[in-house]
Design a protein around this ligand. Structure first.
Ligand code: ATP
Ligand code: MG
Length: 649
């Protein structure tokens, strides 16, 4: 990979954790070396210490059917028991969720409340004939009934498939059909930026295409008029009305499937990732405790993702609840009614741990510094990011404007498939560098390899691989085991290939370079989209940038950049020249974008990731690829129109 990142990172900013933080940190120096000495024993200890088993496992990793690895295969447990029942003895009245509705209504839900609601609903589902192994689709906004529905499935042993509430009826129908779900749980409508999203109406359209669905359950959130089909559709409140508040948790095998979740679709058609019970929970609780340095009796924790993505599954529902965490859960948009909504919630609840995505941080930067300044954010003691490489500039902004200066930032690299965080700083143990996810989590084996699978020495870049199985790894792709083997285990046999590029610096720190498919080849030099984007974002006028390599007769590929400006800055030809020179100064003339298009927004998945492949299609004047998970279709047409008029050199 190029040496150019070196230039970009010349300053080598480094932030060591404060002595006060180190003294109280969950993770202790030496944890990496201890786990590395015997990873399987490390995970077995975590599984036994952190989980309440009905039957403790005696085996850890089983490789006999590789790459369909199993963990703790003779163990028995129930995740809803681990998230709820076992806390009732001492923490029944502890708050599990401070829930905040978008219009301003709130609910305070204790572990006892959550337990009772889950049992009511498990009884209701069971009354509709849902049994262990059945698939249940959940298509909802961020209301308490969403985790309740997931935990009720887990209590029964039914496999949930949560479909993000921002998806279309077609995307919902595709996922219902793929998983062959027999029940769909939805709500009349959801609040979003003051508008109503009619989820039940979309469900009706979807279910018309899915003959296998026998019941649709509807939560009344907004009070919107909906059509109820006799015999098929049921109001949630009617179903739970006369149910008991107890439901015997099913005794499940550690390897029974817990859920199916479809990937974001950033690189192509989404994959139905299947997660296990015991291994998944082991990964969730261990990473949640160490990475966020969680103190269950002190912290107010807020993962501001949507439960429709894996981040919400692992770090809003299973990890935090099993770790007896008090969380904030927010229903709506970050800019409703005003651009300071998140900061007002942090101040109101005294949030101490806050976890969000780089795309959100870049939006906060674009909106301006005054919004966080309106509120007292001094309760924050740790910040996290996930979802994309974070530009060093955005990292610094996050540190300076959201965290009081001493709060560590954990940049966590992982995927739907990995189930939990894989590469991350351990606060209290590892010094951070803005833009680097630092080191593999204890027990996780990683490497950077070249096209032949040979390890690249420190200082070089290539393909990121994970070198050994871990408990929370995906077990398969639902209904398509061949695609599971092809996608992840064929490129470098015996090792897991996530599809991302990475570079390691002299300290062995990992710098994620984006998808390997996105790495550009300019006049024989490999240049990662991430590094050019970070150079653009380091210019004061730029809020966000996406670059792609487009075919070029002379240089092989040429860099096409799409740039969103900060605040009120106007883009003109002079600024284009200035930005091109800026990239040349930061990285080198080879990385100078050939064209720059200003745009008010970039095409993103509904999970907020930049879809570079669409920009590449536009740049090379091809028909657009799969757009089913695209959030903002209008912007694509706008960019298409502008790119045709191009601002080439
Ligand atoms: P699809 O697999 O369908 O294309 P997706 O990969 O976007 O979708 P997710 O599983 O939600 O779906 O995202 C995981 C990917 O997000 C990772 O492979 C990586 O490219 C990116 N990512 C996540 N966290 C980070 C991070 N901290 N730094 C860099 N990249 C990250
Ligand atoms: Mg992926």
């Amino acid at each position: 990979m190029s040496e150019t990142l070196e230039n970009l990172l010349q300053e080598d900013r480094r932030f060591a954790p404060s002595p006060a933080f180190v003294a109280r940190a969950n993770a202790q120096a030496g944890i990496h070396a201890d786990a590395e000495a015997d990873p399987e024993a490390f995970w077995m200890t975590q599984a036994k210490d952190r989980i309440t088993w009905f039957k403790e496992p005696t085996v850890g990793l089983d490789e006999s059917n590789a790459p369909f690895y199993t963990w703790f295969a003779d163990g028995e447990l129930n995740l809803s028991y681990n998230c709820l029942d076992r806390h009732l003895a001492g923490s029944a009245d502890k708050v599990a969720y401070h829930w905040v509705g978008e219009p301003g209504d709130t609910r305070t839900i204790t572990f006892q409340d959550l337990h009772d609601a889950v049992c009511l609903f498990a009884n209701a589902l069971s009354g509709l004939g849902v049994v262990k192994g059945d698939r249940v689709a959940i298509y909802m906004g961020m209301i308490p009934e969403l985790p309740i529905a997931m935990l009720a499935c887990a209590r029964i042993g039914a496999v949930h498939s949560v479909v993000f509430g921002g998806f279309s009826s077609d995307a919902l129908a595709d996922r219902i059909l793929d998983a062959d779900a027999k029940v769909v749980i939805t709500q009349d409508a959801a609040w979003r930026r003051g508008d109503i999203v009619p989820l039940k109406a979309s469900t009706d359209v979807a279910v018309a295409r899915t003959p296998g669905v026998s019941s649709v359950i509807v939560v009344n959130r907004v009070g919107n008029d909906v059509l109820m089909v006799e015999g098929r559709d049921h109001w949630y409140h009617d179903l739970v009305a006369d149910q008991p508040t107890s439901f015997e948790p099913a005794v499940l095998n550690a390897e029974d499937p817990l859920y199916i979740l479809y990937t974001s679709g950033t690189t192509g058609k989404p994959k139905g990732i299947v997660h296990s019970q015991g291994g998944y929970l082991t990964g969730a609780v261990t990473t949640h405790s160490y990475v966020f340095d969680l103190k269950p009796d002190e912290d107010v924790y807020w993962c501001a993702a949507d439960i429709g993505w894996v981040t919400g599954h692992t770090y809003i529902v299973y990890g935090p609840l099993a770790n007896r965490t008090t969380s904030v859960m927010y229903e709506g948009a970050p800019n409703h009614p005003d651009l300071d909504r998140l900061w007002s919630i942090i101040a109101e609840y005294g949030v101490s741990i806050f976890y969000t995505a780089p795309t959100a941080i870049r939006a906060f930067m674009k909106w301006g510094d005054e919004y966080p300044l309106r509120h007292d954010l001094s309760s924050i003691r740790l910040l996290g990011t996930v979802g994309e490489p974070i530009n060093p500039e955005a990292w610094m902004w996050y540190r300076e404007h959201i965290g009081p200066p001493a709060a560590p930032i954990v940049d966590t690299w992982w995927q739907t498939e990995t189930g939990g965080i894989m590469i991350t700083p351990l606060p209290g143990v590892i010094a951070t560098k803005p833009g680097s996810a630092t080191l593999p989590f204890p027990g996780i084996g990683a490497d950077v390899v070249d096209a032949d699978g040979e390890s690249v020495p420190l200082g070089g870049g290539g393909f990121l691989v994970l070198t050994r199985p871990w408990p929370s790894m995906a077990r398969t792709i639902w209904g398509d085991p061949d695609r599971f083997v092809d996608t992840y285990w064929s490129r470098f046999p015996g090792r897991y290939f996530p599809g991302d590029g990475a570079k390691r610096d002299a300290d062995g720190y990992y710098w994620l370079l984006g998808r390997v498919d996105d790495i550009m080849l300019i006049s024989g030099h490999n240049i990662s989209t991430t590094e050019v984007e970070s150079a653009l974002v380091s210019h004061p006028a730029v809020a966000e940038a996406a670059v792609v390599g487009r075919r070029d007769p002379i240089t092989g590929q040429a860099i096409a950049a799409f740039v969103t400006l900060r605040g009120t800055v106007e883009g003109d030809d002079a600024l284009i020249e200035e930005l091109r020179d800026h990239v040349a100064n930061v990285i080198g003339p080879i990385a100078k974008p050939k064209s720059i298009v200003f745009t008010p927004d970039l095409p993103k998945t509904r999970s907020g990731k930049i879809m570079r492949r669409l920009l590449q299609d536009i740049s090379e004047q091809r028909q657009l690829g799969d757009v089913t998970t695209l959030a903002n279709a209008d912007i694509v047409h706008e960019i298409q129109a502008k790119a045709d008029g191009g601002s080439d050199e």
